[in-house]
Design a protein around this ligand. Structure first.
Ligand code: AMP
Length: 286
């Protein structure tokens, strides 16, 4: 049986900085790919994107307690560091940073990064505290690793916009790259949480993205946004989803609902199948 090459794993900021500082002193450009682990092709596509424009790629694996609500799945979120490490070595990542919890949230830690406005809407409205948790941990990871480039998926489109905003506002010297959504062959966006879906839920799941396309077609046929959104929500529920948190056309700067097609518009949705909440989005011209 072929043996996978090992990947170096560091668990402290000091070890992370030693490695990254050495790379940069050698003239290498360094890319960072933050994740919560349970890696799939979506994550690996970020590693590929980093390898395409940098010389060294560091992946981080940290299930961030501050971005989970009290009734969310922090305890049960899938974790398998050994499998992730092996897969990352195969995919050509150079370093895996798995911080000990005290490296991120030491005793007496109180600071948080919040991005009012963007982060109050959609995901932020349905998951109070989520974006502050994300913004705080991403800020810390960027400051700890000090990469030249960092890679995030458009799967979490609003999150990507929050991260772009905070790096600009705080003058964090990193280039943020947004990468396209990787999907299953039936169109379902890859997600670590897809593992929670039962067989019948998994069958219904691709209806979310299909409906986003139908919604877009209706907008292009000049059906008003609110009417098209109502049709789309009904379609998602008829396909077997239990709830729709939001589904419409939004301004991708403010995340307020848009009243007509604009180049800055993005179609975003969140809906649940049983206890599994899925998010997805498409651009107007996808
Ligand atoms: P997570 O581990 O869920 O925090 O995701 C880590 C990074 O992978 C985030 O930037 C996500 O947007 C990105 N990601 C997750 N799923 C996908 C996907 N299906 N396609 C592209 N990027 C993804």
């Amino acid at each position: 049986m072929p043996v996978s090459p090992a990947i170096e794993i560091v668990r402290t900021v000091a070890d992370l900085r030693t490695r990254v500082t050495t790379w940069r002193a050698e003239g290498n450009r360094v890319g960072l790919v933050p994740t919560m682990g349970s890696l799939h092709e979506g994550h690996f596509s970020l590693v590929d994107a980093s390898r395409a424009v940098t010389d060294r790629t560091c992946v981080t694996l940290f299930v961030n307690p501050k971005q989970f609500g009290p009734n969310e799945d922090y305890e049960t979120y899938p974790r398998d560091e050994a499998t992730d490490a092996m897969a990352l070595a195969d995919r050509g990542a150079d370093l895996l940073y798995v911080p000990n919890i005290e490296e991120i949230y030491p005793e007496n830690f109180v600071t948080s990064v919040s991005v009012p406005g963007i982060a109050d809407r959609l995901e932020g409205a349905f998951r109070p505290g989520f974006f502050t948790g994300v913004a705080t941990v991403v800020t810390k990871l960027l400051l700890q690793a000090a990469p030249d480039d960092a890679f995030f998926g458009e799967k979490d489109f609003q999150q990507l916009c929050v991260i772009r905003r905070l790096t600009a506002d705080l003058n964090i010297p990193v280039k943020i790259h947004g990468c396209p959504i990787l999907r299953e062959s039936d169109g379902l966006a890859l997600s670590s949480r897809n593992a929670y879906l039962s067989a019948s839920e998994r069958k219904a799941a691709p209806a979310l993205r299909k409906t986003l396309f139908a919604f877009r077609d209706n907008l292009l046929a000049d059906i008003p946004v609110t009417e098209a959104a109502a049709i789309a929500r009904d379609a998602v529920l008829s396909a077997g989803f239990d709830t729709v948190d939001y589904l419409s056309l939004y301004n991708s700067e403010t995340f307020e609902e848009a009243d007509s097609l604009t180049p800055a518009g993005r179609i975003l949705a969140a809906a649940s199948l049983g206890t599994t909440r899925l998010i997805d989005n498409i651009s107007i011209d996808a």
